[in-house]
Design a binder for this molecule. Structure first.
Ligand code: XIL
Length: 328
């Protein structure tokens, strides 16, 4: 069976995955790490490059996990996506108890300094070695009903950064990341922004248009694609991806998984396979979609329930895997 990465490489694209270092088992070829190395040529640390992992104490950086990601990627000759710099979750406790509260009473100036130092140190550490960074993750509020009355609007989610710095944290984060590694491609990433027409999808497009207009160094946007069977609308997904090409931007699939809708249909695995196949075709036929990444290897170790990944609990390839393969 030819690995997925061999096909996508011929098309100049990458097929990737998230792998947590807790799954690293390089002593055997048939474990999750072995599958990851054989099938995929792009790697993202599932948690290893997040704020709480890399700067657990103020000014004290821990690159143990992120170095392990780099090590695995080197060993398997994989590109690396860095994930993520400014997010409201998995923020170190010393910054904010819950990613939202300013329980340490930092001033705006201090928070800017904290974010700046974090970005310069982490991005600088891997300068030239990480192909692209998710600079900002999930900055949009889930409620974007505001676009119904104002078609160019968007609303930020409350977070330690958005509430206590203001929207400028986004602009600054992109500028700092670019200064720290001018070669790295810079992305914004979010969920619920996959299908054209949905209010959050429109808000995402509005925010990104604003960032482009402000001439920020932003190369693309990520659609996480944490889906459940029955949700995929291929046409709306493709329309959405295409309009980012008009902005001169990439639009990639960053965290794909498709959980089986509950209760399971008799042919649930085939439905899942069909949807994985359909997304793969969208990925393949759009030039501004150079990569597609799944969020984990097997149903054994997914952050979600209901068997959303390409390999089952025994690490056997599922119909979904074979149908991705069949499109290549
Ligand atoms: C998840 C990881 O998979 C879990 O291990 C962790 O406990 C929580 O975060 N969107 C993102 C990812 O951008 O960082 C999240 O990863 C899943 C949702």
């Amino acid at each position: 069976n030819t690995p997925l990465r061999e096909y996508t490489a011929k098309l100049g694209k990458n097929i990737g995955l998230a792998l947590g270092t807790y799954r690293y088992d390089c002593s055997r070829d048939d474990g999750e790490t072995g599958i990851a190395g054989r099938e995929f040529d792009m790697l993202v640390g599932e948690n290893e490059m997040k704020f709480d992992a890399t700067e657990p104490n103020r000014g004290e950086f821990n690159f143990g996990g992120s170095d392990a990601v780099m090590w695995v990627a080197d060993r398997f000759n994989q590109e690396v996506r860095g994930h993520t710099l400014a997010w409201h979750q998995q923020v170190a406790k010393w910054v904010s108890e819950d990613g939202k509260k300013n329980n340490n009473n930092f001033s705006r100036r201090e928070l800017l300094d904290i974010l700046k130092n974090h970005i310069f140190t982490v991005v600088g550490k891997y300068k030239g070695r990480i192909r692209e960074w998710d600079v900002c993750n999930e900055v949009l509020d889930d409620d974007q009903s505001i676009v119904r009355t104002n078609p160019n609007a968007y609303k930020l989610r409350p977070s330690i950064w958005a509430t206590y710095i203001g929207e400028e944290f986004i602009d600054s984060a992109f500028v700092w990341a670019h200064q720290a590694d001018p070669q790295a491609k810079l992305y914004i990433n979010d969920y619920g922004v996959e299908f054209m027409g949905n209010t959050k999808t429109e808000a995402y497009h509005n925010l990104i248009k604003r960032l482009k207009k402000s001439r920020l160094p932003i190369d693309g946007c990520g659609l996480q694609c944490h889906l459940t069977t029955g949700q995929l609308d291929t046409l709306k997904l493709e329309k959405n991806i295409k309009r980012y090409a008009e902005l001169g931007m990439n639009c990639i699939i960053t965290e794909l998984d498709i959980a089986l809708a509950n209760p399971y249909a008799e042919n649930a695995l085939d439905i899942q396979a069909k949807e994985y196949g359909a997304i793969t075709r969208v990925f393949l036929r759009n030039d501004n979609c150079p990569s597609m990444l799944v969020w984990g290897v097997s149903d054994n170790h997914s952050w979600r329930k209901n068997n959303p990944l390409l390999f089952d609990k025994n690490l056997k390839a599922k119909p979904a895997y074979y149908n991705v393969h069949a499109q290549l």
